[in-house]
Write a protein that binds this ligand. Sequence first.
Ligand SMILES: Cc1cc2nc3c(=O)[nH]c(=O)nc-3n(C[C@H](O)[C@H](O)[C@H](O)COP(=O)(O)O)c2cc1C
Length: 308
Amino acid sequence: METLDLRVRIGALELQNPVLTASGTFGYAKEFEPFLNLNRLGGIIVKGISLEPRAGNPPPRIVETACGMLNAIGLENVGIERFISEKMPYLRTLTAPLIVNILGDSLDDYRELARRLDEVPGISGIEVNISCPNVKKGGVAFGAVPEMAAAVTAVVRGATRLPLIVKLSPNVTDITVMAKAVEAAGADAVSLINTLIGMAINAETRKPRLANIIGGLSGPAVKPIALRMVWQTAQAVQIPVIGIGGISTADDAVEFFLAGATAVQVGTANFYDPSAAEKIVAGLEEYLQRHNEERISTLIGALDTGGK
Ligand SMILES: Cc1cc2nc3c(=O)[nH]c(=O)nc-3n(C[C@H](O)[C@H](O)[C@H](O)COP(=O)(O)O)c2cc1C
């Protein structure tokens, strides 16, 4: 096979390959420079940024669970000012597209973040984390109510021309309802899943293992749920779906493409193998060769359900 074509399109954004890093698991990218060639990645998504810096939750904030981990980092981040002045100069030197993940407590926060980022050179897209409480609406997560998810999407859409990815929470009854709501409000793509809310208890001490008591579950343990949600969502919307959840090998990524994902994000795997994302890119090339395929795009939605 002469040339392999791993390119995919997320709205107006063309990626050289469909492998991105998941927000909160890849720092601000520079931390991973010793471990992989950042420019081999399809895209880099950095830690969620809020208007003001956040200290996050007290420790312990991470606990290992069967085939996964629970985290309650509490969205610690440097805030938009320091992100632009301290992190962007390095990120701008990379050729891999940079997608900035944002989070807020109110619609005004999201609007302001999008407006600020729209003016910053070197940003290829915005991913909106809607799994955060709306403090003006009694702390219900934006991502739990279709009207609130649509409202966040609409204010961000109105504040930036950048490609807009809305990251969906799996902690809902029907994720396709949320996907359709944000699609109608102007999202260019949806990414899913964020972490599933869980908890861990130490039987000996009778105490919670996380200081925050509850936290977000991620890693291979969540992959079957993520796959199911991606599969259902891909059938419900016209916009591209980006699959996230327990992806640590090229085969995992292929499963998400077959379920209908156009691209994938690698999260928890970065913690135990910081070069995982680059290995997945190489593994996808090898998969295409082995299956005599030229283009990754032929895999998207190609699940053979035997007519079901
Ligand atoms: C330690 C940690 C921090 C995270 N921080 C964020 C964040 O700031 N914003 C966000 O949208 N998702 C965040 N996530 C969720 C991941 O991006 C991803 O959606 C989730 O972990 C599922 O993928 P995985 O199983 O490959 O880790 C975080 C996950 C972990 C484990």
